[in-house]
Design a protein around this ligand. Structure first.
Ligand code: PLP
Length: 369
């Protein structure tokens, strides 16, 4: 028999997934209001206008410097790792890997037979590995926010060598963490985290250097499948299209979220809202002797994905099951991390009051179970 959490403790919305994440009801309204666009051609104005809105909105929201452009394609952030391996890494990459996602991209470049073995700088889960200036790499890669562990890193361009490009996996950071895009050449993400849409797309804000790098590598004779060609994606995006058919519903959800974030006050507003949620979560954990923020250094604690270790005598799995039975969803630790942990998505769509309510629900279950 599941326990019944007293209704006055429950959050108004119980979706705390780290991705897919809470979709706001307003986005669903936007989808319904634009239902006439569903099932129409992605080569015609109704859908191309949608792509144009997204490209313009992301440019504004993230403060893209002059000359940077928003490019998109199908396949999610995972596809972009292959795009970048093929089209952006010239000879050798350096990766900062401090969790599952950073590690996966490092594996992708390390396995590419046309590249030299990648330099991989690692750190224990729950901490951050930093990029280091190196003469023998042409590409630097790091996550902005490591969704699997809840650690975040500042976006900073290492000093030299000249011409090196920086690739930032911003899948869970973009739209909710402050960033100066002049510090990176490809700030890429999928829309099912802070942008509260569905998965399946990748977007990248590219510097002129990244666009030029891809054009040069792709003209050099390296075999690049058309689906993974960054230059092809750039050419299509400039016409507000994707190479092949996108999910139009996802575009509608994404466009509405980008415009909602801008209307609320842009990135400064969303970063502040997520930070307010994070402050509630981490200070709650610090005040309980059975809960501890997993990330030791406060400045590395993610303000978008919070990870809280529970004492051994409390079974996080049981807490997660009881929460779920009461409509509070998806606060499980990343599966491969295997910790007795709660992980809480605190993207801008999530109301900080609901994070406070979640902590009250956990308190109730710890006392009652
Ligand atoms: C979710 C996530 C990915 C994978 O995104 P997909 O769209 O599922 O491929 C990659 N990197 C980070 C940091 C993520 O959070």
């Amino acid at each position: 028999m599941p326990l019944t959490i007293p209704p006055h403790l429950l959050p108004a919305d119980g979706r705390f997934g780290s991705g897919p994440s809470k979709v706001r009801p307003g986005q669903v309204d936007h989808l319904v209001a634009n239902a006439h666009v569903l099932g129409t051609s992605h080569r015609r104005p109704p859908v191309k206008d949608l792509v144009r809105r997204i490209r313009a909105g992301v440019t504004e929201l993230l403060g893209a410097p002059d000359g940077y452009e928003v490019v998109l394609g199908n396949g999610g952030a995972t596809a972009f790792w292959d795009v970048a391996t093929l089209c952006l890494v010239e000879r050798r990459a350096q990766h900062a890997a401090f969790g599952e996602f950073g590690g996966k991209f490092a594996t992708a470049t390390s396995r590419a037979p046309f590249l030299e073995p990648s330099q991989v700088i690692t750190a224990e889960p729950g901490s951050v590995a930093h990029l280091e200036p190196a003469d023998d790499v042409d590409t630097y890669a790091t996550p902005h926010n490591e969704t699997s562990t809840g650690a975040m890193a500042p976006v900073r361009r290492p000093a030299g060598p000249d011409g090196a490009v920086v690739l930032t996996d911003a899948t869970s950071g973009a739209g909710a963490l402050p960033v100066d895009l002049s510090e990176t050449d490809a700030y890429y993400f999928a829309p099912q985290k802070a942008f509260a849409a569905d998965g399946g797309l990748w977007l990248a804000v590219l510097s002129p250097a990244a666009v030029e790098r891809a054009a040069r590598i792709e003209a050099s004779g390296r075999w690049v499948p058309e689906f993974l060609s960054l230059t092809t994606a750039v050419e299509n995006s400039r016409q507000d299209q994707t190479l092949n058919t996108p999910a139009v519903a996802t575009l509608l959800l994404l466009a509405d979220q980008v415009e909602w974030l801008l209307a609320q006050g842009g990135l400064a507003w969303s970063a502040k809202r997520s930070a307010a949620s994070a402050e509630i979560l981490y200070s709650w954990a610090e005040q309980r002797d059975w809960a501890t923020p997993f990330v030791a250094r406060p400045e590395e604690r993610s303000t978008v994905v919070g990870t809280i270790d529970l004492a051994d005598e409390i079974d996080a799995g049981r807490i997660i099951t009881e929460l779920s039975a009461n409509g509070v969803q998806d606060v499980f630790a990343y599966r491969k991390l295997g910790r007795n942990q709660l992980r809480v998505g605190m993207y801008p769509a999530v109301d900080p009051d609901d994070v406070a309510a979640l902590t009250a629900c956990v308190d109730y279950l710890v006392e009652t179970v």
